[in-house]
Design a protein around this ligand. Structure first.
Ligand code: ADP
Ligand code: MG
Length: 213
């Protein structure tokens, strides 16, 4: 089984406060992991550590067999952490096309395809600053999915979505998970709907991560 993520004895502190300690985990290719924990327990922080946005104070983080030393981001990884931020004066399509040009992996037709999948109209010229919370969230999801990365980290992906959009998004993730069984997911959510499609659950409690198979 190919290991995608390994954390060894990871500790995160902010000033003198220990937020996470003794975090040891392994993620295998094809896992769909549901991460849970009360507000402020460090779920978003853990995702940042895994993708290299935040260096832990102690411990070792490896993604796709590459140790994330200082300043290094995880390769082949897409993330949506907290409320995604975009350029307000651009439309949704313009924003995603601008981001797609960084890696040159996909063209506009692929961007449009993913916008439609998450329920956004790519031809909608509305500037993102006029977007509702749910539309902004969908744009973030399209961004996280569009480059078909091997590891996808989603932080509370259902935030701001109406009931129908939630069901559609869960179905979409389930479908991609089924069609691309080697793709690996770590999803922060309190929504029970993910129980059916996840194969493992993590819980942050008392500054530690417990893993239930
Ligand atoms: N960059 C930072 N500097 C200082 N404190 C932070 C920083 N990032 C997060 N925290 C604190 O760490 C705690 C956990 O934050 P977070 O990981 O966002 O929790 P969760 O996503 O589980 O709700 C919070 O108390 C937050 O204020
Ligand atoms: Mg959070």
């Amino acid at each position: 089984m190919m290991k995608v993520v390994t954390l060894e004895n990871v500790e995160v502190q902010f000033r003198k406060n220990v937020l996470l300690t003794n975090v040891n985990l392994t993620v295998n290719a094809g896992d769909l992991i549901l991460l849970n924990g009360d507000n402020g327990t460090g779920k978003s922080t853990l995702l940042k550590v895994i993708c290299g946005l935040l260096r832990p104070n102690n411990g070792k983080v490896s993604v796709f067999n590459q140790e994330l030393s200082k300043g290094k981001f995880a390769s082949d990884t897409a993330v949506m952490i907290n409320a995604p931020q975009f350029i307000g004066n651009y439309s949704g399509l313009e924003n995603l096309c601008a981001l797609a040009r960084i890696k040159h992996k996909i063209d506009a037709s692929t961007v449009k395809h993913y916008m439609k999948l998450v329920g956004l109209d790519p031809e909608n010229k509305t500037k993102v600053k006029k977007y509702s919370l749910g539309m902004n969230q969908k744009l973030g999801l399209a961004q996280a999915l569009m480059e078909d990365e091997k590891l996808i980290l989603l932080d509370e992906p259902l935030n701001g979505l109406d009931k129908t959009s939630k069901i559609k998004l869960i179905d979409l993730i389930a479908k991609i998970h089924q069609e691309k069984p080697d793709k690996t997911w770590i999803i922060v959510s309190h929504d029970d709907s993910f129980n059916e499609i996840c194969n493992r659950k993590w819980q942050i409690q008392d500054k530690e991560l417990s893993v239930s198979e």
